[in-house]
Design a protein around this ligand. Structure first.
Ligand SMILES: [Zn+2]
Ligand SMILES: [Zn+2]
Length: 250
């Protein structure tokens, strides 16, 4: 068992709102400098940079997690994490059917850069990524779960795109065992207002769009890591998320 510092919600330069300096090598290099061990890439409605992100994390000795921040039809942001890169890429292809077919205007919304593992730009995503998909939250949850995703509502303390701000409460369906807070959340006040939050496992992530916003080594989980491998520890992370490990935040 060791303490693993994590940040499970970070955007790359593929998100139009993400800084162009959020390359896969810059993100993993900065995360390593900050003392993190586990980091997830969660661009808006895409996993397009997850493969080079895996390679960059390997170079920096980090444990990568492939993910996406899905926008539901209600404009709720839901983080979907995948234990396997291939699951993320398969879900990425499926989600295209549900994305809004509106062209990006880079001069207004920002670039949507696809990278290789050396941070070379190998393409751009032509359609604007962040708008609401046509999937209501229950359908989005079911579809992502069918591709192996573990899903949790993002930054629930934020009025915009946070599930509490939009629905007023956590829904019964889907039932989320894990919720995400932003670094500035007053968790105690939220738990007082929504007592069912006390029964949830809590994550605190940065939602970084700029390099300096990536979490410091502040949020950790105790995870088994013998025999050590990146895939083994990632598997333990998913066991923790699914409630299969005891314990909690370290
Ligand atoms: Zn968000
Ligand atoms: Zn985000």
């Amino acid at each position: 068992m060791s303490k693993y510092y994590y940040d499970l919600h970070v955007h790359s330069c593929l998100s139009p709102c993400g800084d162009d300096d959020m390359t896969v090598n810059n993100i993993s290099g900065m995360a390593a400098l900050k003392g993190l061990q586990i980091i997830a890439l969660t661009d808006h409605n895409t996993c397009g940079n997850c493969r080079p992100f895996y390679a960059a994390c390997r170079k920096n000795g980090l444990i990568p997690v492939a993910g996406m921040e899905l926008t539901t039809a209600e404009e709720i942001h839901m983080v979907c994490l995948f234990e396997e890169l291939e699951q993320a890429e398969a879900f990425d292809r499926k989600l295209r059917e549900y994305r809004l077919p509106v062209k990006n205007k880079p001069e207004i919304f920002g670039n949507q850069l696809l990278l290789d593992e050396n941070d070379e730009v190998i393409g751009t995503e032509p359609y604007l990524l962040p708008p609401a998909t046509s999937l209501p939250i229950e359908e989005a949850f079911k579809l992502a779960s069918s591709y192996g995703a573990f899903c949790f509502p993002a930054h629930i303390d934020r009025p915009s795109n946070g599930i509490l701000g939009i629905l007023g409460t956590l829904p019964d369906h889907p039932s989320f065992p894990v919720v995400e807070y932003s670094g500035t959340a007053d968790i105690k006040a939220l738990e007082d207002a929504h007592p069912d939050l006390k029964t949830k496992r809590a994550l605190t992530d940065s939602d970084a769009h700029y390099l300096w916003d990536i979490s410091e080594a502040e949020n950790a989980l105790d995870l088994p890591d013998e025999p050590y491998s990146s895939a083994f520890v990632r598997h333990q992370l998913f066991r923790y998320l699914r409630g299969e490990l005891g314990g909690g935040n370290a």
